[in-house]
Write a protein that binds this ligand. Structure first.
Ligand code: AMP
Ligand code: MG
Length: 319
């Protein structure tokens, strides 16, 4: 247990299009402030590498160049290696090569439109992420993983500086280091997709908690709702049966990439995928109002909404 004489220090800033807050506990207020500033600088450095819109970023330069770069920064190389592995493992549901489609639908500017099917099929031709080093027309977008990667990097800085208790809130991406200073578990609220309130509470320590939801960004046209999470198989916004997906595990980047991938898969395939790869916990909220969660969360999850049904999913199929 950490002593209660620990002082809290919080710093908020905007990066990666998100309001971010770093809260940490340390016996020295001066030290806490210094560590918060180191974290903010590292996040800003990562944004300078991974942004799709800042013209000096590494990703921007790759997306706007006709040739392959001769060398990559260690951060980008590490994200590409991780992403390639996850692209394969998720059968392409996680795909950071959808940028031309995301742009065409207007999600980069807010100037939304439904492109023609012909245009979508043309743009899909350069979204095979496994051809990253062969297809020079591939354009990158790490929107589904960079906040998780940034949280992992922030955690490294906290640990290097001897911090044992901290909570990072990177707009829907939560990363808990250790437990609260009094030794009790952190209590994290998972957003209710319908009214913005809290759907359920989670008690945990030393975990990343990342939620992907269609409610975060979408537009409506002719009675159809088009969300910012794309189905790489169709080039259209996902129409899965899910309203939100929350992933709980140690690695922020894994939680972030998986929250997006499992959303695209839909509840049945997502549960099967978890049974084959049971190295994380999940919370699925379906469009029909059901709450499904992995059995590892039993005793740590508290539903706070009148769901149509609540089910703890077992790792071994019992049907
Ligand atoms: P998230 O909020 O983590 O689910 O990430 C969604 C963001 O990732 C979107 O705003 C897009 O920039 C990008 N994206 C959308 N669909 C996918 C996908 N299937 N795989 C990878 N990135 C995606
Ligand atoms: Mg994600």
């Amino acid at each position: 247990m950490i002593s209660c004489s620990q002082k809290k220090s919080s710093q908020s800033f905007t990066a990666m299009n998100t309001f971010m807050t770093v809260s940490l506990y340390s016996s020295s207020a001066k030290k806490s402030r210094e560590v918060c500033t180191l974290v903010q600088k590292r996040i800003e450095e990562l944004e300078g590498l991974l942004s799709t819109t800042l013209p000096f970023s590494e990703v921007y330069k790759i997306n706007h160049s006709e040739s392959q770069p001769s060398s990559l920064s260690p951060d980008l190389q590490s994200l590409l290696d991780f992403s390639l592995e996850l692209y394969q493992k998720t059968g392409g549901a996680f795909n950071p090569a959808l940028y031309p489609l995301i742009r065409e639908w207007g999600f980069t500017t807010g100037d939304y439109k439904v492109p023609s099917q012909e245009r979508i099929e043309k743009l899909l031709q350069h979204t095979d992420f496994s051809k990253l080093y062969e297809d020079e027309k591939i354009e990158l977008d790490f929107g589904a993983v960079r906040k998780g990667y940034a949280a992992d990097q922030a955690l490294l800085i906290l640990k290097e500086n001897g911090i044992k208790s901290a909570l990072l809130d990177f707009g829907g991406n939560i990363q808990a280091l250790g437990s609260k200073p009094d030794g009790s578990l952190w209590k994290i609220g998972i957003k209710n997709p319908w009214d913005g309130g809290v759907a359920c509470a989670l008690s945990l320590e030393s975990k990343a908690v990342v939620t992907s939801g269609g409610y975060e960004r979408y537009f409506e046209k002719d009675g159809e709702k088009y969300i910012h999470i794309f189905d790489p198989a169709t080039g259209h916004p996902s129409q899965s049966d899910l309203e939100s997906v929350t992933i709980i595990c140690e690695s922020g980047k894994y939680a972030d990439a998986l929250s997006t991938a499992l959303f695209v898969m839909g509840s049945d395939v997502a549960v099967d995928w978890w049974r084959a790869n049971p190295d994380f916990d999940f919370i699925l909220i379906t469009k029909s109002g059901s709450l499904l969660y992995s059995e590892g969360l039993e005793g740590f999850i508290e539903p706070l909404y009148q769901f149509a049904s609540v089910e703890s999913v077992k790792s071994v199929c019992q049907d």
